[in-house]
Design a protein. Structure first.
Length: 273
């Protein structure tokens, strides 16, 4: 990843605190960590739609009450949205079938409790910030911005006959603060991930942003192969594949500014292969 180009792509009014996105068939699905809507932005029409995930869905939900949706992924025609698990009311998973708009809601409290145990996470240190689904197996990315700074990947098979696994990972530091996962996506045989250095030891309270990186992990070995600095002051929280050809690969990123603004800015990241 020697040569990259990062530019502002689109400013979308009506979304606060974007925390994840997924591009599919000219539609961007966007989640926000303080909203109980799934946003659908149609690129060629510059049109924003809102899909309620619960009855009486709300925006600008207070921090202590918000579902904290932080991860979005897909498998076939289904979208999966995950709460972070950092507090008791952030344990929900939403599954949306795009063929018929059928929505299912599942409480992951038992699973999240098990994940905390196998990763030896204390208190509210669990903080799921990214998800990838491959052959019905979920890869959940733990953001280590708790007191013990534990980044890692949970592998959760769809069958109870198979064991859940956890792989801890150390990430580079910025200004002596270790970067922590904020999202991830699988492209071919590599995981491309975002991580941010945030000066906090809390999964609940925000801290000073010291920068964000893009990393590349071998999907077979989980070896960290490459890292590049994206920004010294932005917290990128979502990444999705946009376009690729023989020479370049393009992603769309979303930023969470931790500020009360009535819009979200998307960025395009182009990497020469």
């Amino acid at each position: 990843m020697e040569k990259i180009q990062l530019t502002e792509f689109k400013k979308i009014k009506g979304i606060q605190a974007a925390s994840g996105l997924l591009f599919s068939k000219e539609v961007l699905f966007i989640i926000s960590d303080n909203s109980s809507f799934l946003y659908q932005y149609i690129l060629d029409k510059d049109l924003l739609l809102k899909f309620p995930l619960v009855k009486e869905a709300q925006e600008k939900i207070a921090k202590k009450n918000k579902p904290d949706l932080e991860a979005i992924t897909s498998y076939g025609n289904q979208l999966f949205l995950f709460g972070s698990g950092s507090t008791e009311n952030r344990n929900m998973m939403f599954t949306l079938d795009l063929t018929n708009d059928q929505l299912q809601i599942k409480d992951l409290s038992n699973l999240y409790s098990f994940l905390k145990n196998i990763a030896q996470l204390e208190g509210n240190e669990l903080n799921i910030e990214g998800a990838i689904c491959v052959d019905k197996t979920m890869y959940l990315f733990q953001r280590g911005n708790g007191q013990n700074s534990k980044n890692g990947i949970f592998i959760v098979p769809d069958s109870q006959d198979k064991q859940i696994q956890y792989f801890p990972l150390s990430l580079p530091s910025l200004d002596d603060v270790e970067c922590t996962f904020t999202d991830a996506i699988l492209v071919n045989e590599h995981i491309y991930f975002l991580a941010t250095a945030e000066n906090t030891i809390s999964t609940f309270e925000d801290g000073e942003i010291l920068g964000s990186i893009l990393g590349k992990i071998n999907f077979q070995t989980f070896e960290l192969e490459d890292v590049i600095l994206l920004s010294e002051n932005k917290k990128f929280e979502g990444i999705t594949l946009f376009q690729q050809n023989d020479t370049t690969i393009s992603f769309l990123l979303c930023e969470d500014t931790d500020k009360e603004v009535e819009y979200t800015i998307l960025y395009q990241l182009i990497i020469k292969k």
